[in-house]
Design a protein around this ligand. Structure first.
Ligand SMILES: Cc1ncc(COP(=O)(O)O)c(C=O)c1O
Length: 358
């Protein structure tokens, strides 16, 4: 494709040509039986990918919309928000912006966290009715211990809702939603799901819906109960992005065709390769034991000019990502998610080696 740089950034990511082709289909009415059939064919595939029977919300919004939805529908009064990077900070801000009391628990950026930190925070904040957290903090490439956290929560704090942003984790790592007992887990399409941006997916538990029934001011666009009403008919309560639905159907078919375990393994292998390269040439920024399987955040120990590196990579039709926000130039990130393969990873690392003379 002319002028296309292969994306090794943590979103948007590469989209398969056959998925892109789906975007240019002629339109159908969103109340037509064809659209219900389309939605009805996507839902079971998403449920299969997430090992769940929960309601699947296909949202014509990016992931941030779904973060707002989670807070509006499932935080009654107050939540504890665990902050270990820019996006978990955003989750906390969204709670505040929607009139909820958000107790921020700050964790050093670059670290992940496990059940102990969550337990400690909840023991000290007995009135909260939800937690917000980011499973895979894209700004620092820290992947927290979702299984351990959920297990502890279900045992010790069964009435506290678990609201999880897995924007850059979902579809790249195994997330067994029903086993975890997570109330809301959400993602953007343009990350490991490898769809064009502008679309989001969330799995919403029965418990979350029960709670939403008791919460006022859920808003309109993201009201889970409005979603639930039309979900029963494989419809949406607003006009959805029909091109995204076509693209998603194709992409979900490709994901299932690849095989879920194969997909999780491919991501693990790519992560292993990038980490080994990073250890050899730089240092990994993220705390050991919490390193993401969908992207790696590398401490820029050589003071490499990342913009200049990207200029050279662009000549080879590739691009990587600088650090996020304050971490710009102190770190850089290489994404290994979605459509990318080991061959792509070898290609980008080989090119960097050549450019920087490693
Ligand atoms: C972990 C995380 N949460 C939330 C977002 C925001 O998602 P969106 O830009 O799709 O609204 C991002 C985007 O990069 C992210 O990485």
């Amino acid at each position: 494709m002319a002028d296309h740089k292969k994306l090794f950034i943590p979103g948007p990511t590469e989209v398969a040509p056959e998925v892109l082709a789906e975007l240019s289909r002629p339109m159908i009415g969103h109340r037509f039986p064809e659209c219900s059939a389309l939605i009805g064919s996507i839902i079971p595939l998403v449920q299969e990918m997430l090992y769940t029977k929960n309601m699947i919300f296909l949202s014509t919004s990016s992931g941030t919309g779904l973060m707002e939805a989670a807070v509006r529908n499932c935080v009654r009064k107050s939540c504890v928000s665990f902050i270990n990077g820019a996006f978990s900070k955003r989750f906390c801000q969204i709670a505040g912006a929607n009139g909820k009391q958000a107790v921020a628990v700050d964790i050093p950026w670059g670290n992940g966290f496990s059940a102990e930190i969550v337990d400690e925070a909840l023991a000290a904040n007995k009135d909260v009715d939800a937690i917000t957290m980011v499973h895979n903090e894209t700004s620092t490439a820290a992947m927290s211990d979702l299984s351990g956290i959920c297990e502890m929560m279900r045992e010790q704090y069964p009435d506290v809702s678990i609201l999880v942003d897995s924007v850059s984790g979902m579809a790249g790592v195994k997330i067994e939603v029903d086993k975890l007992g997570v109330d809301v887990i959400l993602a953007s399409g343009q990350k490991a799901l490898a769809l064009p941006p502008g679309f989001g997916v969330a799995a919403i538990s029965e418990r979350a819906l029960e709670k939403a029934r008791t919460i006022e001011n859920r808003g309109f666009y993201f009201d889970f109960l409005a979603v639930e009403k039309t979900y029963a008919k494989n419809q949406t309560h607003i006009t959805p992005s029909i091109p995204h639905l076509y693209a998603m159907k194709k992409q979900m078919e490709l994901i299932i065709e690849e095989g879920l375990e194969n997909r999780w393994n491919r991501h693990k292998q790519m992560a292993g390769r990038v980490r080994a390269w990073a250890e050899q040439n730089y240092k990994i920024f993220t705390q050991e034991g919490y390193r993401s399987e969908t992207l790696t955040c590398i401490e820029n120990t050589r003071g490499t000019d990342i913009s200049a590196l990207n200029k050279e990579l662009a000549k080879r039709e590739m691009v990587i990502s600088n650090g996020y926000g304050d971490l710009k130039d102190k770190t850089f990130r290489i994404a290994h998610m979605g459509q990318l393969t080991m061959a792509d990873i070898d290609q980008v690392l080989g090119a960097i080696d050549e450019i920087l003379g490693f």
